[in-house]
Design a protein around this ligand. Structure first.
Ligand SMILES: *Cc1c(COP(=O)(O)O)cnc(C)c1O
Length: 365
């Protein structure tokens, strides 16, 4: 049997799964149409609604990773020729543009410097000029460590009669996400970031307004696997066979959500804030700083400045080999300039922040 090394995963994901989540995956398999499994699927849907803070009936996990959640939202909402405005301030905004273009959308990008947020004011003029069908925003940009506020963007989007799509892959379970209060129409997430579950499922939720738009499509959804109409019959009361849900991953998500709800959303968010502050204070003592926009820095993913003259790849290598700690590198324009330090879900503790700081101090000495 393959035996992986022990790692403390403080990168951009996956984060370490909570021990009981891994334990849940060891449970015996049952059939995906077994009444007991169906009961568990219902519990997952109920818990997901609590964590997303939504009443949306159409809330369930896609059997694939976060990117498939992104693709599910875009393929179902977009028909060829539709206008879509995408906020691009990092890798995942770029990915949304690529997927939307493949759906045949006319994509208009609102760009911000990597590390900064998408400003509502920058969106407003574009939305007024183009009258898009959909506005797509990454809430927590894992590639840069910036958290874009959603309330004002949502107000502008709603006033323009457009739908709002939100990427919450890194925000869900780590900081406030409030789908109904914010008027978000479609949202996706992933299991391996602040939910502390292995990668493999992508929770999604669609508002009644989004479902109406989908039901009025003139063209077929171009993906068979991600067609929400089929998935609704599988996850809904009909339980029509569509694909075989990854049984053990669903056990894992069930346990991960149970842990989130048991801890309490607010308590969990404060724990992430606390770990981030401990990290930030310790970094200052090392003469380092967090490079993302002041006032909008993510707690769960910290973009840390690489000191002048330091070989950033060597430090990452040493952290991994000597200390068993994985951290992430910078991407795109931030390549070589930052390390990405994740304090996500189960890993968001003062203890882990201090472990990292001590190891980094030794690497830099
Ligand atoms: C990780 C991530 C994704 C992609 O998820 P995968 O599970 O890697 O497919 C999408 N958006 C954001 C913001 C992410 O952090």
């Amino acid at each position: 049997m393959y035996s992986p090394p022990e790692r403390l995963l403080l990168g951009p994901g996956p984060s370490n799964a909570a021990p009981t989540v891994l334990q849940a995956m060891n449970s015996p398999l049952i059939g995906h149409l077994d009444p007991d499994f169906i009961k568990m699927m219902e519990e997952i849907k109920t818990m997901l609604r609590k964590v997303f803070k939504t009443e949306n009936e159409m809330t369930f996990p896609i059997s694939a990773t976060g990117s498939a959640g992104m693709e599910t939202c875009l393929v179902n909402l977009i028909e060829p020729g539709d206008k879509v405005v995408v906020g691009v301030n990092g890798v995942f905004g770029m990915r949304m543009c690529d997927v939307a273009e493949r759906c045949g959308a006319e994509v208009v990008k609102i760009e911000a410097e990597w590390g900064n947020i998408i400003e509502a004011s920058a969106l407003e003029t574009t939305i007024k000029t183009y009258s898009p069908k959909l506005v797509a925003i990454v809430h927590a940009e894992t590639s840069t460590g910036a958290l874009t506020p959603i309330e004002e963007i949502s107000r502008i989007t709603q006033n323009a009669g457009a739908l709002l799509l939100l990427d919450t892959v890194t925000s869900l379970g780590g900081c406030q996400v409030a789908i109904d209060e914010w008027g978000v129409d479609a949202v996706y997430s992933g299991t391996q970031k602040c939910l502390s579950c292995p990668p493999g499922l992508a929770p999604v939720s669609f508002s009644p307004r989004a479902m109406e738009v989908i039901s009025n499509r003139k063209t077929k959804v171009q993906s068979w696997y991600l067609d929400i109409n089929f998935l609704a019959n599988y996850w809904g009361s009909e339980r029509v066979y569509h694909h075989t849900a990854p049984i053990s991953m669903n056990y894992a998500l069930h346990e991960a959500l149970r842990l989130v709800i048991d801890e309490g959303l607010e308590t969990r968010w404060s724990r992430h804030k606390q770990a981030h502050e401990t990290l930030k204070n310790g970094l200052a003592k090392l003469g380092l700083s967090i490079t993302s926009q002041e006032g909008h820095q993510l707690w769960q993913l910290n973009a840390v400045s690489v000191p002048e003259g330091t070989d950033e790849a060597k430090v990452r290598e040493q952290l991994l080999n000597e200390f068993g700690i994985e951290v992430g590198a910078g991407l795109g324009p931030l390549k070589g300039k930052i390390w990405r330090i994740g304090l996500m879900g189960h890993n968001a503790t003062d203890e882990n922040a201090e472990l990292f700081l001590e190891a980094l101090g030794k690497c830099l000495a």
